[in-house]
Design a protein around this ligand. Structure first.
Ligand code: GLV
Ligand code: MN
Ligand code: MN
Length: 427
């Protein structure tokens, strides 16, 4: 945590009154309208970063911002901001939001909730006649999911300086389109939106999000005060074998990229199992070339997502990937490329206390909860006092079209967010 803004430890009476004005029906209606952009047949959302659906979602968000008199702006990595001016408009802003992109089989709430809860909070504050001392900015960070373009959290990492703009712009999707080219289309479509400089030093950042895990539901709590985020390392492994006829090349004379890749995945899985319950490892992408039933696979490209709450264990498990892939190459060429390494973190105690106090003042049942999922707040944490507010996910399900959160819980999370933002912005 960095920053010199001293956080109030309790929400004031005006902030609590503003929070009571949150309109859960309005928030729900906006979430459903937003979910139409990229809607899937099974009731989920596929809104890839910088796609046409993303452009439409951003336009919808701007239209709602305009109705509230908020000033839109966009930076050079495409982060979209809606600003409510403060009485001291030169003061560092309080920032709140999340992302509008989704996984290919995403739900209606992952990301969109944090953006629209911030919008609801601003509207509730306006309704209560709160004039913030410092500006409040709602933000939709570019490409949080890292699904179309990897790695994720491009907007927040470029904003905070954790990654270089040029490196991120050069990343390509599966079709070979660069972030730079896709972003140019978005900025073109948003030609009338004022441009702003990259970065800055917010007074604070607060992100509301669905939990995406089972803890709050099991405990019967409406709100989670997020204590921290698990560490995560992301790799791409390329295995190059030798193409051949499935019926004629003797079994012992093959360089089969699938057999080698399968051995690598098994070896990494064994290492994770040996570590105990804390580690989580996912091979969510596994591409075979040429992907023809009677051709010995010449190439496999697969992803490894490795997570742990313990920094030392995460380092050791991640470092082991290069060795385990090399040892299981079976005559194939192997390349292991690490795309990102984010250490586990704990959010600052003053922000956690303020969120807990906000829940208490509103009589909303809350508890501390640790995040297994990654969020843009991870990167803001190193720039300014940062915190997160979770609401329950039914069955703990997310990154799935079955993702669901009860409207009442969404409204409760927005109430706590409103109390926290109003307190921070009037301090
Ligand atoms: C974010 O969506 C993550 O994969 O943790
Ligand atoms: Mn998310
Ligand atoms: Mn997600």
């Amino acid at each position: 945590m960095a920053g010199d803004f001293v956080l109030p430890q309790r929400p004031g009476a005006a902030a609590v009154a503003a929070a009571e004005g949150v309109d859960g029906d309005r928030l729900w209606a906006r979430l459903m309208e937003m979910a139409a952009h990229g809607a899937t047949e099974a009731g989920g959302v596929n809104r890839q970063a910088l796609s046409d659906a993303d452009i439409a979602a951003r336009a919808l968000l701007r239209s709602w911002g305009a109705e509230l008199g908020l000033e839109a702006s966009v930076d050079t990595i495409g982060n979209l901001f809606l600003r409510l001016p403060g009485k001291d408009d030169g003061a560092a802003p309080v920032l709140s939001g999340s992302h509008l992109d989704s996984q290919p089989t995403g739900g209606k709430f992952d990301g969109a909730y944090g953006v629209l809860a911030a919008l609801e909070a601003v509207e509730a504050m306006q309704g209560a006649g709160i004039e913030p001392a410092r500006p409040i900015e709602i933000v939709a960070w570019t490409n949080e999911e890292g699904s179309r373009f990897s790695p994720g959290m491009m907007g927040s990492t470029v904003f905070t300086g954790a990654r270089e703009l040029d490196t991120v712009l050069a990343a390509r999707d599966g079709e070979g389109t660069t972030v730079g080219a896709a972003l140019a289309r978005v900025l073109d479509a948003e030609g009338d939106v004022p441009k702003r400089q990259l970065g800055g030093r917010p007074a604070a950042f607060v992100e509301a999000h669905i939990e995406q895990g089972p803890v709050l539901e099991a405990a019967g709590k409406s709100v989670g005060v997020v204590t921290g985020i698990e560490g995560k390392r992301v790799f791409r492994v390329t295995v190059i074998g030798k193409m051949g006829h499935a019926g004629t090349v003797p079994q012992g004379e093959r360089q089969d990229a699938v057999i080698a890749a399968a051995a690598m995945v098994t070896a990494i899985g064994d290492a994770v199992a040996a570590d105990g319950r804390g580690a989580k490892f996912t091979v969510g992408m596994f591409n075979v070339h040429p992907n023809a039933p009677s051709v010995i696979p010449a190439k496999v490209h697969f992803s490894v997502d490795m997570r742990h709450a313990d920094a030392v264990k995460l380092s050791a498990l991640g470092d082991g990937i290069v060795r385990l892939c090399g040892e299981n190459g079976m005559g194939c060429e192997v390349d292991v490329n690490e795309l990102s390494h984010d250490a586990p973190l704990d959010f600052c105690q003053p922000m956690r206390s303020l969120i807990g106090a906000g829940s208490g003042a509103l009589a909303i049942p809350s508890m501390d909860v640790f995040s297994g999922a990654g969020h843009d707040a991870r990167h803001l944490h190193y720039l300014c006092p940062t915190g997160m507010i979770f609401v329950p996910s039914r069955g703990g399900i997310s990154h799935s079209e079955d993702e669901w959160t009860e409207p009442g819980h969404l409204a409760d999370g927005a109430r706590v967010l409103t109390a926290v933002l109003a307190t921070l912005a009037t301090a």
